[in-house]
Ligand binder design. Structure first.
Ligand SMILES: Nc1ncnc2[nH]cnc12
Ligand SMILES: [Zn+2]
Length: 322
C-alpha cells in the first residue's frame, strides 16, 4: 500500500533484518546462538511480548558502533519509503545499548548520520524518540534521562516500552515531568498486554500526547469515550498484535470498534523485521482481514499526519497529498 503516510510507532532496533544481524555479527565478532539467516528467521515465532523481547534484545547485541546504527536506519528508511512512508517518528532504546557497554554517542551519532539526510535520500522526514525500558524501573529511567542530556538536540520526545504488565506508567511520573519541562513530546506504550488502567495512567499521570498500542482501551467504554473526546491518537500495530498473540487472529482485532467510537487510530509496524511487515503491509492486512474500505485507509493515513509531531503547515501539506 503506497498511500502517503506517517509511521508513528516503529522501534529502530525492531527493523534489524536477519541479513544485517549476521553481517554485523561477523564484522563485530559477536557470537550468536544461531549460525544463519534461516536459523534466526526460524525463531520468529512468539507466544507473547516477553518471548519476542528476549530475541529482540539478543539480536541487537550485534549493534556495536555508529556505522551499525546508521545501516539499520538506512535500511528501514529505504523499505518504509518504498511503502509510502513520508514521515517517521522513530523509537530507540538507549538502555538496551548502555547495558551492553555501547556508549550513547555511538547510538545517537549513528542514527543521526542516517536521519539527517533522510529527506533528500528517501523523501522521509523524521523525528527521534528515546524510550525508557519500563521493566528496568524508574530509577534506571532517571539515570538514562541524565545520560541523554548531551544528546537532547537530536531527541524530539520520550516514550516508555518493553515488558508492560507489572510496570505501570505512574511509576515514571518523575522522569516524564522532567522530559516535559525540557520541551520534549511524550508518548508511552500502554494497553498492549496491560490493562486499561495503564492507559488511564499514561493519560492522567504522565500526560502523554499519544498512546502506543492502546488497543485494550476497547475493554473500558469510559476510556474509549475519553480518547475519542480528546482526539488522543492511538498508534495501533495490527501485525504485531497478531504475532505477539494479543489478538488470536487479525479478523478478531477490535480496531473497527475503536474507529466506530471516534478514536483517532493510526496504523504502524512496531518491529517490522520480526512481525512480517512494514507500514504498508499493515495497511494491506487490515483491509484484507478487517474489510476497511479504500476511504477508511485514506483516513488512517490522514490520521497519521494529524497525530504526528510535525509543524501544522507541514502536516497540512502532507494532508493535501491524500
Ligand atoms: N511491541 C513492543 N512492546 C513493548 N516494547 C517493545 N519494544 C519493542 N517492541 C515493543
Ligand atoms: Zn512498540
Amino acid at each position: 500500500m503506497s498511500l502517503p503516510k506517517a509511521e508513528l510507532h516503529v522501534h529502530i532496533e525492531g527493523t534489524l533484518e536477519p541479513e544485517l544481524v549476521m553481517a554485523c555479527a561477523q564484522r563485530n565478532s559477536v557470537d550468536l546462538p544461531f549460525r544463519s539467516v534461516e536459523e534466526l528467521r526460524a525463531r520468529y515465532v512468539f507466544d507473547d511480548l516477553q518471548s519476542f523481547l528476549d530475541l529482540y534484545y539478543l539480536a541487537m547485541d550485534v549493534l556495536q558502533v555508529a556505522r551499525d546504527f546508521t545501516e539499520v536506519a538506512d535500511g528501514y528508511l529505504a523499505r518504509a519509503a518504498a511503502q509510502g512512508v513520508r514521515h517517521a517518528e522513530i523509537f530507540f532504546d538507549p538502555q538496551a545499548h548502555l547495558v551492553r557497554g555501547v556508549p550513547l554517542r555511538e547510538v545517537v551519532d549513528g542514527l543521526v548520520a542516517s536521519l539527517r539526510t533522510s529527506e533528500q535520500r528517501f523523501g522521509v522526514s523524521t523525528r527521534l524518540i528515546a524510550c525508557f525500558l519500563r521493566d528496568k524501573g524508574p530509577q534506571a529511567a532517571e539515570e538514562t534521562w541524565e545520560a541523554l542530556q548531551p544528546h537532547l538536540e537530536h531527541i524530539d520526545g520520550v516514550g516508555l516500552d518493553s515488558a508492560e504488565v507489572g510496570y505501570p506508567p505512574e511509576d515514571f511520573r518523575g522522569v516524564f515531568e522532567r522530559a516535559r519541562a525540557a520541551g520534549l513530546h511524550l508518548v508511552a506504550h500502554a494497553g498492549e498486554e496491560g490493562p486499561p488502567a495503564y492507559v488511564w495512567q499514561a493519560l492522567d499521570t504522565l500526560g502523554v500526547e499519544r498512546v502506543d498500542h492502546g488497543v485494550r482501551s476497547v475493554e473500558d467504554p469510559e476510556l474509549v469515550r475519553r480518547l475519542a473526546r480528546d482526539r488522543t491518537p492511538l498508534t495501533v500495530c495490527p501485525l504485531s498484535n497478531v504475532r505477539l498473540r494479543t489478538v488470536a487472529a487479525l479478523d478478531e482485532h477490535r480496531l473497527p470498534e475503536l474507529v466506530d467510537a471516534g478514536v483517532l487510530a493510526t496504523i504502524n509496524s512496531d518491529d517490522p523485521a520480526y512481525f512480517g511487515g512494514y507500514a504498508g503491509d499493515n495497511f494491506d492486512a487490515v483491509q484484507r482481514d478487517l474489510g476497511f474500505s479504500d476511504a477508511a485507509l485514506r483516513e488512517f493515513a490522514a490520521n497519521s499526519f494529524r497525530a504526528s509531531f510535525l509543524p501544522e503547515e507541514q502536516r497540512a501539506a502532507y494532508l493535501r497529498e491524500l
